[in-house]
Design a protein around this ligand. Structure first.
Ligand code: FAD
Ligand code: NAI
Length: 513
């Protein structure tokens, strides 16, 4: 009885401490401390974007050292790894968005934020042009900012290779509005297919969703759609049971080239069980309102043109640089070989100009354009700027001590004291200046493949090779890894609620908008 009493007391105390800590985190999040005002007399550091790279930088940056200005057309951070779950309603969009104002309001010194697009970088005069492209604007919607340092973290756009019809008829999956558009279209296609006297061919076409791109975006979306179909649509729309079809098209020989062979095979087998058809070695050539024209490479090496009827096209064809990045790349001869984004050195400094850094999907490095890389680069750059500020402050201290030694008539002990201080500051300065180059530490790759299964190639600390696993246990790991990486306690709570909600009530089949 004594043991049970003690165990009960320990549980009781831990529950109270846990609830107290939870309440404190919520209180602290909603009641930020007063901030130091932004100081325009300090060097102006302009940060483009509010995505993975830039928010990670802002988290680690001591904002009191600079006059920090953030420019981004969206006033929130988006947790992209869970974006493929949103078009089907497994997760609600708001659950994976974090307002940038919350992030900035928790910094020690205030940061100016402008909801605008960077339209032009004048690297010679260090001037950035910005434009408010939103639906509602004031009289002033274009302006410029003089910067001392500029960080380009504006991400990338979806690559279409200029293929006719893709922009017009396809849906991308990169931003909030893309997910909303897909959600509306899925339900529109289903309802249109069931319209009175719809022909069987037209019904089949409308109920055919084609996903182009066998990278992780395409795979995860196709998997989420198959879940939606299996768990919800078939129940509420029994008439479409046999007609709804999901096809994934990939130009290369296999999907998910970044994963190990074993997991590629496992994904293909899981997709076959879910009736998702994969067409590899199939390249989309053009798209019109109802058909996708593809070129299929046959086993003998010849190719054949085919037309695929479709109702919904989701295009996940990879990344291309944004216009503002392309424009500055064109201006700099050192960037002539850059393709994917701005070419940078080991310290993320843009090659061929001064005072500009680039990171994340806006940059071209030897690493893949992933959130993992962008976040680590952002944290590194934050530390680099903190170190630069400390360098300037130590250099000012040295100049002051040297002036004291030079002009003030000081007695021997005081002189010795000043010299000792000067030596200490000098040593601190050389330590601060020894900032090592950016080093990426790969944690592994994870992807959801449907039917409560995920795949993972993990870099475990005690293993030389990647540890590969796939299945339901990996799915639980996938979930816990993503929840723990979500930005705030609010996001974590909302995502867990969404998962519970879907398990209890299923997904909503109402049209979005
Ligand atoms: P982003 O996060 O895209 O942020 C760019 C920011 O710049 C945005 O705030 C944007 O509004 C802003 N911006 C745009 N234009 C301008 C402009 N002209 N001026 C100023 N600001 C501008 N990676 C992983 O590692 N794991 C995953 O599971 C994963 N899942 C993904 C799922 C999806 C659906 C997608 C699309 C990507 C996924 N990625 C994942 C890749 C990852 O999202 C990107 O590599 C990452 O977002 C790059 O970070 P970034 O900060 O460079 O760009
Ligand atoms: P991606 O570049 O990885 O894949 C795009 C695919 O589309 C390629 O395989 C390409 O061959 C194919 N493609 C392009 N044009 C085509 C055409 N005309 N016809 C047929 N196929 C065509 O792009 P994705 O998936 O958007 O990923 C972008 C980045 O984000 C990658 O670095 C990826 O690793 C990362 N990401 C990571 C995720 C994860 O870790 N779970 C999830 C989503 C994205």
């Amino acid at each position: 009885a004594g043991f049970f009493k003690k165990a009960w007391r320990a549980t009781y105390i831990s529950a109270i401490v846990g609830a107290g800590a939870f309440a404190y985190v919520i209180y602290d999040d909603r009641h930020p401390e007063n901030q130091l005002p932004a100081d325009p007399s300090k060097k102006t550091l302009v940060v483009l974007g509010s995505g993975w790279a830039s928010t990670s930088l802002l988290k680690s940056l001591d904002t009191e050292n600079y006059n920090v200005v953030v420019v981004s057309p969206r006033n929130y951070f988006l947790f992209t790894p869970l974006l493929p779950s949103t078009p089907t309603g497994t997760i609600e969009l708001r659950s994976i968005m974090q307002p940038i104002r919350h992030i900035l309001r928790h910094k020690k010194a205030a940061v100016n934020f402008f909801e605008a697009e960077a339209t032009e970088i004048d690297h010679e005069n260090k001037i950035l042009k910005i434009r408010d492209n939103s639906d509602v604007t004031g009289d002033v919607k274009e302006n410029s900012i003089k910067y001392d340092y500029l960080v380009v973290g504006c991400g990338a756009e979806t690559q279409t290779f200029g293929i006719p019809g893709v922009e017009e008829f396809g849906c991308f999956l990169k931003e909030i509005w893309d997910a909303q558009k897909i959600r509306t279209r899925i339900m529109d296609c289903v309802e249109a297919a069931l319209f009175k006297d719809q022909t069987p061919e037209e019904k089949k076409r409308l109920l055919h969703t084609v996903v182009v791109g066998g990278g992780p975006t395409g795979i995860e979306f196709a998997a989420e759609l198959a879940d939606f179909l299996e768990e919800d649509l078939r129940r509420w729309y029994p008439e479409i049971k046999d007609d709804y079809q999901v096809t994934l098209i990939e130009a290369m020989t296999n999907v998910l080239p970044m994963f190990s062979k074993k997991l590629i095979q496992y994904t293909e087998d899981t997709f076959a069980e879910q009736n998702i058809t994969i067409h590899t070695k199939t390249m989309v050539k053009s798209v019109d309102e109802k058909y996708i024209s593809v070129s299929v490479t046959k086993p003998d090496g010849t190719s054949e043109l085919q037309k695929i009827p479709y109702g919904l096209l989701v295009w996940a064809g990879g990344n291309k640089p944004r216009k503002v990045v392309v424009d500055i790349m064109k201006k700099l001869p050192a960037q002539k070989n850059a393709r994917r984004g701005l070419s940078v050195n080991d310290y993320l400094v843009v090659e061929g100009c001064e005072g500009i850094w680039a990171l994340g999907d806006a940059s071209q490095t030897k690493y893949a354009p992933t959130a993992q890389v962008a976040a680590q680069q952002g944290a590194y750059l934050g530390r680099l700027f903190n170190s630069m500020a400390r360098t300037h402050s130590l250099e000012a201290d040295i100049a002051y001590l040297q002036s004291q030694l030079a002009v003030t008539p000081v007695d021997a002990p005081a002189r010795a004291g000043l010299e000792a201080e000067l030596e200490a500051v000098g040593k601190a300065l050389s330590r601060t200046k020894q900032m090592s180059p950016f080093h990426y530490s790969h944690q592994g790759s994870l992807a959801y493949i449907g039917s409560d299964k995920a795949i993972a190639d993990l870099q475990l600390p005690f293993m030389k090779d990647l540890f590969s696993s796939g299945g339901a246990a990996t799915y639980l790991f996938w979930r816990s890894a993503y929840v723990s990486n979500l930005f705030s306690l609010r996001n974590k709570t909302l995502v867990v609620f969404d998962w519970v909600k879907v398990k209890m009530f299923g997904r909503d089949v109402s049209r979005e908008g």
